[in-house]
Design a protein. Sequence first.
Lengths: 524, 745
Amino acid sequence: MMNKRQLSIKNIWLICIVLACSFNMTPELAHTQSRLHSPVNHALGGGGTAYIDSYQANFVNPANLMLNSGRDTRFTIGILGSTGGSLGGSLANINVYNQYLTSGLAIQDDLASEMLTKWFGTADEEVRSFGLSADHIPLGFAYRNEKWGMAFAARSRLIANASPNKGVAELFIHGPDPQYFSSGKPVNLKIESLVFTEISFGIAGTSSILSEIVDSGRNTKFYVGAAPKLILSQHSGKFDLQSNLQVQPAGTSQNARIYHDFNYLMEFSGSTARQLNQYQYDRRILNQDVSMDDYLEFSGSDFYGFQSAGFGIDLGATVEMNMNGILPDAGVFRGDKFLRISLSLNDLGIVRFGKNSNVFRGSGVVDWRGIEHNQETIDQHFNGDTGAYYESVLKDSIGSDIYGNFRTLENETVSRNLPASLNAGAHLKAGRFGLMLDAGKGFNNVGINSRRIYASLGTEYRFFGIWPLRAGIRTGGFSSSSLHFGTGLEFRNFEFSFSGSTVPSSGRYGSAAGAAWSGIIIHF
Amino acid sequence: MKYYSNILLFAGITFLFFIQCEKPGSPDFSLSRTIEFPLLQERTVSFLGSSDALIDTTTDSFTGLFTLDEDYFVTLSRDVEFNFDNLDHAVPDIIFEPEQFDAKIGPIRIKEFSSETPVAEVTFEELTGISSDSFQPGDLIPAGSTPVPVNISLETDYFVSARIIEGGISLELTNTLGVDISVLTLVLNSGETETGSVQFQNLNHGTSQNQTLQLPADVILEQLNASLTVSWGSQELQDTPDNFTVNQLIGDQLTASEIVAVIDQQEFTYRNQIGIAVDEFNYTSPEHYVEVKSGSLNVSEIENNLDLDLELFQLSFPGIRTYPFTPSDTLVVRLENDHQLSGKTLITDVPPIDLGGLRIYGNNNQVEYHLFVRTEDTRSESAAIPRTVNANDGLKTAMGIISFQMAEAFGIVSPRSFFLNKRDPAGTPGTIDLQNRNEARVIELEGLQDFSGKVTGIEFTDASITVKYKTNIGIPYTMIGAFAGYTENGEVIYLSGLQGTQAYVEDAGKATGLLAGGVQLGQSKLVRIPVDPLQTGQNTGSFTFNRKNSNVTEFLNKVPSEIHFIGKADVNRDQLEGRVQNPVEFSPVMIVDIPLSLKSLDEANYKDTFEQNLSELPDQEGDNQIEEGILYIVYHNRLPVGATLQFNFLDYNQNIITTLPAIGDKPIELSPSETDQSGFSTGQGFIDQTAISLSREQLLSLHRTEFIQYTLGLDSFGDDEVRLRATDTISFSVSSKFILNSTIN
């Protein structure tokens, strides 16, 4: 026989599992976000809108700077760096991968088409993505009291993704085979990367007016907060190719033909932008016979050097309701009880790169019917070496003159939107047990941010009051539903934690993985 | 315990979550990609052209190999010079006979006998026997005559003696006696011998008269004196009597065969000819000549028997002329002044006279020369000394034309026959052997060598060999010779003239000594090349072996890479007038013309091997393997010739690795264009696609390839003759299709 408290725990877990399974069955309803990869919110399925406090709240919900203001420690400092990240996406479809690419199958003909349909769908335009989002908070500081709270934090972020369409995959699997490309197919590929650093200053306070409106502030507290941030841009890279490829076979009276109608956009910052700009200037303006290889030289400063500055802001509001007396006070639920409901707007702002960046656009049509044999050119410029001439045609004429024939868009600089999102969350705490539910929607598709709604459900139990075990489920986003787990040690004046996540089944929208650790957080 | 159970429950659920998580397995799959890629755009190449043509005629081996007519019809043409070593025999040896002559002075002319005048005087009393003192002017002198002939001595300081051949002595007398003489008789005595007399009529006072006393032949004159007898009529003495004088003695056409005297200047001449041998060259016209390249006229000795110095010794040769070779440009040799010949001397140091650049005319093979001699005038000497000169005295001279080399001869060169090739001393005397590379002229047909040995079964229908020559030999002659063609396969074929044509050697005897492997060549292996510059009036000419006069088509269809030639020259058999120069220039060029009009292509093949290392191609060890490779060639052939291709890929030891197309595969064919009645492509051409397919096994074995051998089986649209033009083109585009297997594990 189970007692009442045991039944409650089981019911809660059952609710969690049922919710998780229901989200897993309807993944298109929920997607992830990329606000912060702290081990706590990562372990809770990427949520934490109503849970994350102290200086990390600057990046999740600044109103949460007021959370736990009743504790006897008012200051929090994070050292050694909180680091976390997630990667994956619909392109990382381990399910299809394991089914077709790990058992020695010959991927060709119908089997190849079947695999690609499962991976990319039926439409040629279908796009699958692989994203990466990582951040690192080397330093954070927070202070709170009953009336207000403030925090300062610096965060470095890396956001990247690659999004090929089905045509790219078909080209990889089949090659330029007229059987598949005779009528023309879109071959699109988008690759982006973004590195920047945020210096965030958050402040929050209690909205006594709203609190009074609700219930005279006796059982309900209403917090609001804002965290403006200085955005120091470091690196931006973007390549966005849109093209259509047609391959016609050789006939009895005509040669084979490859027709590639393409246009692409490139955005780069730092030395890469300058090198590409110089290349296109020498080639297009000065009409010099140059090779791009002679211009591109990697520079590490493109990733750590600051290029320009921009501004952003995170906003949030949290309602904290006292649930003592409402929920049963027994078993694992014994102790303080409250329900927090939060709403936040995150990553509102633009990463600007200013004059240290360039936007390039190239377009053209490759109507390739073979090398045009020009004996006069071979004799005069290649000393009769036909092979060298052919190599030059392929490398220079096709490579540089057509595909490399991009131009700098004058007066255009690179500006990248932050992965802005709207998030809502709830946190029910009952003694050592906690349950979190979050949902949100991105305003753009930067990194692993998505315009589509995501949902996450997480739970926490604190053993001995210092050992939290956290688990969560996130469904949607850039991958299939993922499972999250985290733990750590949280003492009165000291804590650290870590988390990990993975996807149980990537068959529909791909796999993902993530991890985070908190560094050392000190309260005093 | 309840805490632990909760922990276990939480941990268990978490564990279950994670163990069911997907984990990617190790990749293990293979891909079969098809890569179809256009390699070469449509490229149109003409049959002939520069580097952008099917055959690059600008390469060294093909330079000048192809010629075109106005229709761009192509002729494979190779010019090869084949000079001869032994043409000096065409130059006739001109041999001038040595000449000696004895030029005599002949009758010696006598003019003056004395340097003084008068040569004698007689007084009135001596002549009349009357004392002049008895009479005064106006006195009457009775008629009378000289009682006794008066002998007077004649003053002849120039003259000692002479044997007279003919002529007389002119006597001039002056009468200053004061009386007129009716008749005067003068008897001239040689010593005491009367040699003759002369009468003067009416020799009046104060006048002079001349009379010539003719002397009898062969009379000897010496110690001259005269006897005078006069008669006069009665008359008054006209003046005081003075002497009667003999003013002078002058020879009148007086010559002597021998004389001792102070001789005045004598002149005599001599003319004769220098003979030229008629063995090799004949002058039959005054226009014929030999121009001297080098040589000299050498007067080896002159012996002057005269007791007289020779003021002038002049030899002139009307037949030896300097430029511009007119008769007035005669060569004249003079010895005079400081070089004059002294009397009674023999000289042998006359400098030779260079004849270089001169022409020697010698009608009937005789070179005429004239001698003119003028002696000294001994009277001019301060102390005149009588000389003794005999009419038979004179000059003995020896001369000749030595070290002669001919530059040019115009006349009739005597017929001759000689080998054109230089004989190998180790060979059989009197023969030239075609197989002896030291004797035969070996002609390598560059360019054709590339085809020889690679081509079989081709029949050129209108091939020819033209021997085109430039020569300075202006006389007709004939070359009798043998052309033996050697193919790369060692096959030998002879060019032979067809009977009844100019190229046929009618008289096999003229080829005596022309051997092949020690065996005398017969008529079927000989050709005749007439060389007759007189026909063209130019110094160039040609003779063509074509299918009408020879088996040249069969000869060249073997595509010989090397031709051996031996021959003889039969010069001026008809003894026609002509011109020969030294050195002899005879620069024959063999022009092999093979118009690309082809027939019977069904049997024709072109086979070649070139080096090609394909070691970079994948082998069986690689992850990526080409399962199949196909080259698609879309062509538009406007050539009247098509081809079926076969490739053999060979390893280092030239063993076959694989063959394309494989047995049972579709042949690789390029169909020919349709032709018109003349055999030219109609220009519409033939459009089709052919494919070269390689299986996986073939592809995997290709990396061992070191050589590629290909065979073109030629083909034409019909059975008729086809003709290739330089402007015929073939267009083709190439694309590739590779099925690439990749294994990833």
